[in-house]
Design a protein around this ligand. Structure first.
Ligand code: HDE
Length: 489
């Protein structure tokens, strides 16, 4: 091992003679353009930032491992899930959704829960949130929804009118809005919240038999949430409170862990279940499909370098391995395009070559070139397929499992619109104090809304979920619960 060279160098490796003084004519200048070290330093400095994520910009990451505790190979041939005791390295990135890169951690917002498993069969990304459902159920509405969560283009301020206007006109959001406005809207730390795949995915075993699956990461630290006043105080005093907590816990050897469980639905049940099991605004009853343990995820190593490992990490629900596949869920389908498209724009064409994103089993294909192709670019190996030069071959046993699809190609909405039962069930699951805090959070968030019609429309939705729910919010806002006719008038 060559002795580490302690000489300060330029980015082309030449030793630097003086890093304190620019090269100038005399002590008073002017500065000479021939000071290429100065030019390089200033030019590189101007290019240190890459675009922040368009959502989930503020985040924190950690390395760890996943260990199988229950053999579910009867459901999936995914190798990393194949035998009890098997350990797979993984990386996770937690995040908020709406805030910019420098925004506060302790805001009311869903939290991203993005896991990358570096398996022997390639990377598997489970890109979820800390809530089992989502606000919308068709990808086409996502840009509009996120616009309402971000800054008003005129004032550059957050705009509660936009937020509640969108939600009151998209009643499918009611279940997730209830979760967001409840205690779980502000987790105490990233360690004290659950993670979910949210969508329905598909597992296929070695015999080609498939089931539908939903993922639940149950925190082993127990669920803890922040009091709204403490959260507001922390947002001002220490906007990186969750980031710091995660880093220090791991630094101190207090390794957080989650138990991964799944719900398994037989393929044919999807045709007869009481609502569309691919609708990501709904949860499956755990009485119908009980939780089954899979394994344990332990975070035991902090990133060495935030930019290299967290800012450059790229996840996608389309990063799948044999034995795991997607469902027809329209949100999930939309995400299959969006994520790698975002990464090609934000990080670069060859983002998957970066150390944090590179699969441990290597990349063996005919893709070549593209900007920043910093590996050997396939060297002199055969660069097309099919070929007679023993290049990498496809393996038919790893084809995506087939399944029947049907229907007319058209812009079609879901064929059921019960947006109220599960939101109402959640409200009725809460104890008295939890309901009071939920209503108080909603009233505080809705008070600044200018248009009364927006408030009334939203109150009607809460009322349809549960009469007490809607009545309490209306009282808090000094309004009456409107009838459907009044809302539609
Ligand atoms: Fe995302 N989402 N998303 N999202 N999402 C991104 O990828 C998108 C959705 C989630 O730590 C983006 O690199 C669309 C649901 C997480 O790096 C982008 C739709 C869920 C993260 C994107 C959704 C998520 C992202 C932004 C509607 C939970 C952070 C920049 C169809 C199940 C991952 C980027 C990380 C990031 C698109 C909805 C979770 C733009 C189009 C539902 C945890 O690609």
């Amino acid at each position: 091992m060559t002795k580490k060279d302690h000489r300060l160098t330029t980015s082309w490796g030449a030793p630097v003679g003086d890093n304190q003084n620019s090269i100038t004519a005399g002590s008073r200048g002017p500065t000479l353009i021939q000071d290429v070290h100065l030019l390089e330093k200033l030019a590189h400095f101007n290019r240190e930032r890459i675009p922040e994520r368009v959502v989930h910009a503020k985040g924190a990451g950690a390395h760890g491992y996943f260990e199988v505790t229950n053999d579910l190979s009867k459901y999936t041939k995914a190798k990393f899930l194949s035998e009890v005791g098997k350990k797979t390295p993984m990386f996770i990135r937690f995040s908020t959704v709406a805030g910019e890169l420098g925004s506060a951690d302790t805001v009311r917002d869903p939290r991203g829960f993005a896991v990358k498993f570096y398996t022997e069969d390639g990377n598997y990304d489970l890109v979820g949130n800390n809530t089992p459902v989502f606000f919308i159920r068709d990808a086409i509405k996502f840009p509009d929804f996120i616009h309402t969560q971000k800054r008003d283009p005129k004032t550059h301020l957050k705009n509660p009118n936009a937020v509640w206007d969108f939600w009151s006109l998209s009643p499918e959001s009611l279940h997730q809005v209830t979760i967001l406005m409840s205690d779980r809207g502000i987790p105490a730390t990233f360690r004290h919240m659950n993670g979910y795949g949210s969508h329905t995915f598909k597992w296929t075993n070695a015999e080609g038999e498939s089931v539908w699956v939903k993922y639940h990461f149950k925190t082993d630290q127990g669920i803890k949430n922040l009091d709204v006043n403490l959260a507001a105080k922390l947002a001002g005093e220490n906007p990186d409170y969750h980031t710091e907590d995660l880093y220090n816990a791991i630094e101190n050897g207090d390794y957080p862990s989650w138990t991964l469980k799944v719900q398994i639905m037989p393929l044919e049940d999807a045709e007869t279940y009481r609502f569309d099991p691919f609708d990501v605004t709904k949860v499956w009853s755990q009485k119908d499909y009980p939780l089954i343990e899979v394994g344990k995820m332990v975070l035991n190593r902090n990133p060495e370098n935030y930019f290299a490992e967290v800012e450059q990490a790229t996840f996608s629900p389309g990063t799948l391995v044999p034995g795991i596949d997607v469902s027809p869920d329209k949100m999930l389908q939309g995400r299959l395009f969006a994520y790698h498209d975002a990464h090609r724009y934000r990080v670069g064409t060859n983002h998957q070559l970066l150390p944090i994103n590179r699969p441990i089993n290597g990349i063996n294909n005919y893709q070549r070139d593209g900007s920043m192709r910093f590996d050997d670019n396939g060297g002199g190996s055969v660069y097309y397929e099919p070929n007679s030069y023993d290049g990498p071959k496809e393996t038919p046993e790893n084809k995506q499992a087939e399944y029947a699809v049907s229907g007319v190609a058209a812009s079609t909405s879901y064929d059921h619109h019960d947006h109220y039962t599960q939101a109402g069930d959640l409200y009725r699951l809460m104890n008295k104090e939890e309901r009071e805090r939920l209503v108080s959070n909603i009233v505080a968030a809705m008070k600044p809304v200018e248009k009364e019609e927006i408030k009334l429309r939203q109150i009607r939705h809460f009322y349809k979920a549960d009469p007490e729910y809607g009545t309490k919010v209306a009282e808090g806002l000094g309004l009456k619960v409107p009838t459907d006719e009044e809302v539609l008038a």
